[in-house]
Design a protein around this ligand. Structure first.
Ligand SMILES: [Zn+2]
Ligand SMILES: [Zn+2]
Length: 276
């Protein structure tokens, strides 16, 4: 029997991971006064109803970046915070790209991605008002504060947030074991600067939760390995210095040409060799 609803897990007190069919995850962080929704997923479920079942507090919506699997469900909200560099990317998400993401993931993994089907993909009727997400911005939820860090790399407008209460780094797609920097993001050298900025705050978080947990058809709620941030930084340095030997592989997200990557520790970083 398939799973028809996203799975919700409380990963810290009043901190919820919402796993959308194994394709991507969203997070809801609840304070004493307000709440914050981090990412809106691919838009294959009624995220608004899920959020409003978990909290009756007023809430803001933040997008870590403008990709289809993070901004794809933003249409049902009135207002979103997003870095200005990713606004056009989010606005240009098409119905076909949302359909394509679900279908490619479903087909890529062999097993059906839970009970995702094309019928889950609604057509957008609205695009929300955009407010700027920027470096150093603080969301004060009452009893807990989340600070925004701009970490371009995966996309130009990618941002991470650190929650002072749960001591969780919410990293979107900016620092994970399969870091994709070949999708029109920033240069590797720029991405390295962003991750070093996060590293400077590593005394403020214990866990790194990214935008994909138990990827594609796995039901899971685990964090990234503890070494991921350091491994990403070392891998980026290896790319820049030329000390790591690149490999190439076929990536179904970019079937037009082989993808170049380096591997270091727990991570693989895919990048454009002409954009270091
Ligand atoms: Zn992404
Ligand atoms: Zn993603």
């Amino acid at each position: 029997m398939g799973i028809k609803n996203p799975i919700v897990t409380e990963i810290a007190h009043k901190t919820y991971l919402i796993n959308e069919y194994g394709l991507n995850v969203m997070y809801l962080v609840v304070g004493t006064e307000r709440a914050l929704l981090i990412d809106t997923g691919s838009g294959y479920c009624d995220l608004k109803a899920i959020v409003e079942r978990l909290t009756n507090k007023p809430y803001d919506v933040v997008l870590t970046h403008g990709h289809v699997d993070h901004a794809g469900g933003c249409d049902i909200f009135e207002e979103i915070y997003i870095h200005p560099d990713d606004v056009d990317m989010a606005k240009n998400i098409s119905y076909e790209s949302r359909l394509g993401y679900g279908n490619s993931l479903r087909n890529a993994m062999g097993e059906p991605v839970w009970d995702y089907s094309e019928e889950n993909v609604r057509r957008w009727e609205n695009f929300p008002a955009c407010r700027d997400l920027s470096e150093g911005m603080v969301f004060d939820l009452g009893g807990r504060k989340l600070t925004v860090y701009h970490t371009p790399g995966h996309t130009k407008g990618s941002c991470c947030l650190i929650d002072d209460k749960s001591r969780i780094l919410f990293s979107g797609d900016a620092a994970n074991i399969n870091l994709l920097m070949n999708l029109g993001g920033a240069r590797v050298s720029t991405a390295l600067e962003g991750l070093l900025k996060i590293k400077a705050h590593d005394a403020e978080f214990d866990r790194n939760y990214n935008g994909h947990v138990g990827y594609a058809s796995y039901v899971d709620c685990v964090t990234m390995p503890d070494s991921v941030l350091d491994d990403c930084i070392a891998a980026m340095r290896g790319i820049i210095d030329g000390n790591l030997v690149p490999i190439t592989y076929e990536n179904f997200l970019r079937p037009d040409k082989p993808t170049t990557a380096v591997e270091y520790g727990a991570v693989r970083i895919s990048y454009d060799p002409d954009f270091i």
